[in-house]
Design a protein around this ligand. Structure first.
Ligand code: AOF
Ligand code: ZN
Length: 402
């Protein structure tokens, strides 16, 4: 895919207040190149676990164009860098690569990316986030520099975005848990519709629902609580055209057996389905192919931190919590929410949801949280609010806790 660099430079000139590097046009190109890498990284979310989805983009200054882009392949290998280098071919010599995660330096199940970068004779590498994997953790940077490659880090705002995209991997390595996203859909009154007689009731429109399915495609696992499993009788699959193969594994937190005849039981043979419980599975569940995650009970409730550790061990890096209210509250009480996406139906087509109403709905379902509103946008005839936990303090550019 080729891109014209002239638009990039004029864009750089328009950016007031951008810290000067003394090379304004080069600075604009760096930002643009990293945005290409970030876009490439987003494409692989939900398909590379336990590996992070990384994006790489290579720019050839002489030809003034993007010469290669790569995303970590489905299943986690090959890594993003060799994919981008293969696309760029001989034009990589002397070129600049932006990559969302520090290139790996270890001999894992694929050869080190730092070797591929050195062999391709790239001159510069711009990095989004340092890799906390103990096999890498700064060695990628050191080895590139030792090979005479100019290594720099991107701007703080793009670095934050790179860390956010890579957060599932970072948390799995540093906290032995996945990234936890919660999806909530409420009506104009700020309340969910209660599922009746095994049928989910929709309060938001098609676009919001499709966005919810896209969130499923970008997750490694979906989790629901006991009541949602009964009340909604859900499929929990991704039903977007062309993305059906991207349905994540399903986890039901429930200490009683799943009933025969439910959709989850009927499809457990084709979509991996786990029941998180303190006891054992029923014979019917075993016959249907349901698997067990053993979780102890603390004060009468299944202990979520242990479940999160178990999911990390099952190579889940991104978890989408879908329902329902008691599950959301349990995650909030355990401080185990990284992001909440709230779909809020409008009272009328021309009546956008006020921020206060969204905050109230969040307060109602989660009680107390350490979340901050990050984004608001209309989606179809509804509104979508994204709240995120602020990043842990003390995480430095070199990936060590200060
Ligand atoms: C990169 N580029 O695209 C990805 C990286 O088992 P392996 O050999 O595939 O190594 C897995 C580790 O590599 C993983 O834990 C993470 O540290 C890094 N992922 N590195 O240079 C990539 N996906
Ligand atoms: Zn690599």
């Amino acid at each position: 895919m080729a891109a014209d660099a002239s638009s990039i430079e004029s864009d750089a000139k328009r950016k007031d207040g951008v810290p000067s590097t003394g090379r304004p046009s080069a600075y604009g190109t760096d930002r643009w190149l990293m945005s290409q890498a970030l876009t490439a990284a987003r494409l692989g979310l939900g398909r590379t676990a336990p590996n992070p989805s990384v994006g790489a983009a290579i720019f050839n200054r002489e030809h003034r164009r993007l010469i290669g882009r790569g995303t970590t392949a489905v299943g986690g290998r090959p890594h993003a860098e060799p994919m981008a280098i293969a696309a760029a071919g001989a034009l990589s010599i002397g070129a600049t690569m932006a990559v969302t995660l520090e290139p790996c330096s270890h001999h894992g199940r694929s050869p080190p990316c730092v070797d591929a970068i050195r062999d391709a004779k790239l001159a510069r590498v711009i990095i989004g986030a340092v890799d906390p994997d103990p096999r890498v953790a700064g060695r990628g940077v050191d080895q590139l520099r030792a090979s005479g490659i100019d290594v720099s880090f991107c701007d703080p705002d793009q670095a934050a975005e790179a860390r956010w995209i890579t957060r599932g991997h970072i948390l799995r390595v540093t906290e032995r848990r996945p990234l936890i996203q919660v999806k909530i859909a409420v009506g104009p009154d700020g309340r969910i519709a209660e599922g009746a007689a095994g049928q989910a009731t929709w309060v938001t429109g098609t676009a919001a629902r499709q966005r919810g399915h896209l969130m499923r495609a970008m997750a490694d696992a979906i989790l629901i609580g006991s009541r949602t499993a009964v009340a909604d009788n859900p499929d929990l699959t991704c039903r977007l055209p062309g993305l059906a193969d991207r349905s994540p594994i399903r986890v039901v937190v429930r200490d009683r057996a799943l009933s025969q005849g439910t959709r989850l039981m009927a499809t457990a043979g084709s979509v991996p389905t786990f029941r998180a419980c303190s006891g054992s599975l029923s014979a019917a569940e075993e016959a249907a192919g349901v698997q067990r995650v053993h979780v102890p009970k603390v004060s009468g409730r299944l202990w979520l931190p242990t479940l999160m550790n178990a999911l990390a061990a099952l190579e889940v890096t991104r978890l989408l919590v879908e329902g329902g209210p008691s599950m959301w509250r349990s995650f909030a009480e355990a401080s185990l929410i990284d992001e909440v996406v709230l779909f809020h139906a409008r009272a009328g087509e021309d009546q956008p949801t006020a921020r206060q109403a969204a905050d109230e709905a969040i307060g109602h379902y989660l009680e107390r949280t350490d979340l901050q509103l990050r984004d608001w946008r209309p989606i179809g005839g509804d509104d979508m609010f994204t709240y995120r936990k602020t990043e842990a303090q003390g995480w430095t550019e070199r990936g060590s806790h200060a």
